[in-house]
Ligand binder design. Sequence first.
Ligand code: ADP
Ligand code: MG
Length: 336
Amino acid sequence: MGEFELIQRYFTRPSPRAVLGVGDDCAIVQAAPGMQLAISTDMLVAGRHFFPDVDPQALGHKALAVNLSDLAACGARPLAFTLALALPQADAAWLEPFAAGLWALADAHGCELIGGDTTRGPLNLCITVFGEVPGDSHAATRTRALLRSGARAGDDVYVSGSLGEAALGLQHLLGKLHLNAPVAAACRARLERPTPRVALGLALRGVASACADVSDGLLGDLGHILERSGVGARLDTDAVLACCPWSAHAIDAPVLRQCVLSGGDDYELVFTAAPAHAAAVAAAAQASGTPVRRIGRIETQTGLHLVDAHGQEVTSSGQGFDHFASASAHTAEALQ
Ligand code: ADP
Ligand code: MG
């Protein structure tokens, strides 16, 4: 199968919302009046971001999911994406399920494949997504996108869904941790088939003051919000640990902590909102069918502090949060 037959067979479908999709030198997309484009790119490299023998259907899902997660973090509605693909060979038994996983998630979000590039080489996937957000000026202050820079002292800090499962699943696959079968299956599913929180991101527009997706671990990604906003945060450690549904499942406590606080690949949203918006946050969670938990508060003093139920700073076996921040369990590092 040649390059063009491969593109035609697996990656060409009608794209009614684009002016022009696959087949010409460029795709053409009409930006709607009053809307701005939100654009993000993520690359997945075999052996670095995923196991080369991972289920290709799950890989097709994940390659797009990680990109949709970036749109979710900005409160952008998915429109279209391009796919750049390096493949060692044109193997129908691999391409078929890969394309199926990709199309299923694309269809679920109404996100059209409008172009890409295909070449022979070590397995490598790069997707660029295009989304739209309301906005009417070149000034970043005039966009309605959710930004990392909007957190203010006094805001509550929230996180969606569950944390730590993807990292637990990875440690299990690497043989570094034993999970019993049902926990292992649930954690592996979260690692291999993450759910981008697109509906929540959209519902948080005008409600959240800042937002990021958790791709590299809670402390790291919340750290980006704090840095861009020039503020600090105090997190309730118990509330954070409660974000992992397996916290009471006889998983070694330091490992669990590490995975929940700093594990990567969860693709949840971490966001801040003024206390006056607490009911609107709950309504956004309800409307999008996404669980949301309050885990702390933004404060003027910079830095990230983990405290217990009594407000005492938590250090476990002599280790402060720096230990967790620097030891990410993200797939990229773990597979090296
Ligand atoms: P060019 O050489 O002009 O860059 P190509 O010959 O590489 O174009 O690609 C032909 C058409 O197929 C283009 O419209 C391109 O966007 C599309 N395309 C190539 N690879 C993919 C892919 N993996 N998925 C979707 N569209 C693709
Ligand atoms: Mg060309």
